[in-house]
Design a protein. Structure first.
Length: 722
């Protein structure tokens, strides 16, 4: 009996083990198919992959695959290979190709990006819209494989052409494109070896041809020349080189005459003191201030904005081009305007001693800068004087000169408005900006920090006031019986992400600064910290980190807050010469002043999204042009030791901003030869394995320039102990 019980027990255990083995095998097969949904497997390949060597296991695997195919869980192709059906985990997103070995697919609405290794990209490139299937998960991080390229991000690139005896290839300037584009010699136009060109892809890379094939469509010039490099940046970001001829022709036909009939429709400010305050090199003046003392002791301030929508009418060629561009772009040596020069610098520009048509926000302020009355509408002005910021600042400081009384009073009122704004929770970001002094060939001679003095802030405060009050006016203009305010264009800025703020706070703590989230208002704590770091070595690093922790401002028809300015409602009304959303705001404001019904929200939301995207593109192009000049400047800088501050730490190197020139470069991991350094991602620092030396964000270091690359716009640095 004992032996029988033992035998029964043994049989049960063996059957249990066999059942578990079979179950594990089934799970492994399903997992393998799911992990690689784009691949079709033969039974033999699958058994080899799963290390199945005995005949029984191989048979079980074959039978299980047949069952899966019969039940419709997997598909079987003409060659008898098995493949996972459509993967429920497939998602669509945009490729961010961070380095040759790895990319991320950014999915809209998903917090974590999907990591994709280089061999799983399926020939997708940075910026491509792709379908990605999740194949693995490591904690919170999903790993995927690109299964389909839905839409190519670009089919043109800028790069340097290398010409060989039998073929040529273009090395893209874009640091996120890691493959060259091959060009047959008959398609290089007249390009010379080493020149900058634009290449258009004619055939994309695949398993057969590992590099894309292309055709040169434009020769930009010699690498390193200012025109060639700036044109390269323009082409890289899809910026227009010039206006289409039909747009210029139409703009030339727009009448500049201001008729008495037109003036009669407007409020007349021609006899009231009016002037503009702009940068010394400005050519388009889209805002002016009028100043008038009233009999009751109050002051009437008019914020007068170029009435661009009077000249640029809907359904015209000029309007279509303005919508397409959406914004002017300010590169280091030139402006790419939204409107043709005849409009931007002549007809619409509020030049001195000329009658100009304007759209205005007029405020009656008491001595405490409190609004007693406000008015919005179309006007006509005559500017008495064109001030540069430096000239206006001279009036403020010396208390002398023409119109000094008006400018001094405007400055006093602006400071009161500003103080009130900050008490309401506005955030004070005073980041350090630089500009280049260029010679006649565009070569940088000096890097000069931009100073923001009272004259700049005076103009800024009255522009902010006009933008805010226009937004509030329209928001409150709800028609009787309407559940929602009328459709309008708002400039919104969401609350910052708590996780990013906490991360920023932990970095600030390393420098002895506290960011006490939750104890008082977020903006109060940030402003307190910004005041503490003024003039200190860590100022620029912490200011940049604080900005990165903030949400991005966008255009939208949703009447949401502007967190950074502490405004419940805000818009862009004051720069229609250079921003398309301001033109839309002018049109909508006049429409509602005339008693019009709420405009089509869907149409305007689409225009908002387009404008936000174009604004982002412009900012990236502007940064690229600055980076180019920084690299060019450091290329000719003295070979010496520079003091710098660590502004970023990544797994492949350390970013350092040189204090003297404000130029940023990288000390690459491969050049840190005194030890083997390990990347501490959580704390964003490098630690030497043996010497325990640490490099952390904000550390002051000594560096030398090792190499500059104009084409890639990079500066390679090395640490120096001299």
């Amino acid at each position: 009996m004992g032996r029988k019980n033992k035998k029964t027990s043994f049989i049960k255990k063996r059957r249990t083990r066999e059942k578990q083995t079979t179950q594990n095998l089934h799970e492994k097969i399903v997992q393998l198919l799911n992990n690689d949904p784009g691949k079709a497997w033969s039974v033999k390949q699958l058994c080899r992959k799963l290390l199945l060597k005995d005949r029984v296991s191989k048979q079980k695997a074959a039978l299980f695959l047949e069952d899966l195919a019969r039940d419709g869980d997997v598909s079987i192709n003409a060659e008898g290979r098995y493949q996972c059906k459509e993967d429920p985990n497939k998602l669509v997103g945009i490729v961010d190709h961070v380095n040759p070995r790895m990319a991320f697919v950014i999915i809209e609405g998903r917090e974590d990006d999907i990591k994709v290794t280089g061999n799983n990209l399926n020939y997708a490139l940075d910026g491509d819209k792709v379908e990605v299937s999740i194949i693995n998960k490591h904690g919170d991080r999903a790993e995927g494989r690109v299964t389909k390229i839905v839409e190519r991000g670009k089919d043109e690139w800028v790069g340097k052409i290398e010409i060989l005896p039998r073929f040529a290839f273009v090395v893209p300037d874009n640091k996120k494109i890691y493959k060259d584009v091959f060009v047959p010699l008959e398609h290089i136009m007249d390009a010379k070896h080493g020149q900058k060109v634009i290449v258009k892809v004619r055939k994309w890379a695949d398993a057969e041809t590992r590099n894309a094939m292309g055709k040169v469509t434009r020769v930009l010039g010699n690498s390193g020349d200012n025109e060639a490099e700036i044109h390269s940046i323009m082409a890289e970001y899809g910026l227009p080189f010039d206006f289409p001829k039909h747009v210029l022709k139409e703009s030339e036909g727009i009448s500049e005459a201001i008729t008495e009939e037109e003036i009669a429709k407007r409020r007349d400010f021609r006899n009231i003191t009016t002037f503009t305050i702009d940068p010394v090199d400005a050519k388009d003046f889209d805002d002016a201030l009028s100043f008038q003392k009233l009999p009751n002791g109050n002051i009437e301030i008019g914020v007068h904005i170029a009435d661009v929508s009077h000249y640029v009418r809907p359904n015209t060629k000029v309007e279509e081009e303005a919508y397409h561009r959406a914004t002017s772009v300010y590169l280091v040596d030139r402006t790419i305007p939204m409107l043709p020069e005849r409009l931007s610098n002549k007809l619409c520009s509020l030049r001195p001693n000329e009658e100009k048509l304007t759209f205005s926000a007029v405020f009656e302020l008491n001595e405490n800068a409190e609004i007693q009355q406000q008015w919005f509408g179309r006007t006509v002005i005559h500017s008495d004087r064109r001030f540069t910021y430096e000239e206006a600042q001279e009036r403020i400081e010396s208390q002398e000169g023409d119109f000094s009384e008006e400018i001094i009073e405007l400055n006093r009122l602006a400071k009161i408005i500003k103080d009130r704004r900050f008490k309401s929770g506005a955030i004070a970001f005073e980041t350090i900006e630089v500009k280049f002094q260029l010679d006649e060939h565009g070569k940088p001679l000096m890097v000069v920090p931009r100073e923001r003095k009272d004259a700049h802030k005076l103009i800024e405060e009255f522009m902010l006031l006009a933008n805010k009050k226009v937004a509030e006016f329209v928001f409150k203009k709800k028609a009787k019986g309407d559940a929602h305010p009328p459709t309008f264009i708002y400039r919104t800025h969401d609350y910052p992400n708590n996780e990013k703020l906490e991360s920023f706070g932990s970095f600030a703590k390393r420098f002895g600064h506290q960011l006490r989230l939750g104890e008082t208002g977020i903006s109060h704590e940030i402003n307190k910290l910004m005041a503490e770091i003024q003039g200190k070595p860590e100022q620029n690093v912490l200011e940049q980190l604080a900005i990165r922790s903030m949400a991005k401002a966008i255009y939208t028809t949703d009447p949401l807050i502007h967190f950074g300015l502490a405004f419940e409602h805000y818009t862009h009304f004051t720069s229609p010469i250079r921003r398309y959303p301001d033109m839309m705001v002018h049109r909508l404001l006049q429409h509602y002043l005339d008693g019009g019904k709420s405009a089509d929200r869907v149409e305007y939301e689409k225009a908002c999204e387009h404008s936000s995207e174009r604004e982002k593109r412009a900012a990236e192009a502007e940064r690229a042009s600055i980076k180019y000049k920084q690299v060019e400047f450091m290329q000719n800088a003295p070979d010496k030791q520079y003091e710098g501050v660590i502004t970023g730490v990544t797994e492949f190197g350390i970013f350092v901003e040189i204090t003297e020139t404000r130029c940023e470069g990288m000390v690459r991991m491969v050049d840190m030869k005194d030890d083997f350094y390990e990347y501490d991602e959580k704390n964003l620092r490098m630690i030497g394995r043996n010497n325990k030396r640490m490099f952390s964000l904000g550390d002051r270091v000594q560096v030398r320039v090792k190499h500059t690359d104009i084409n890639r716009r990079t500066i390679d640095l090395i640490f120096s102990q001299d």
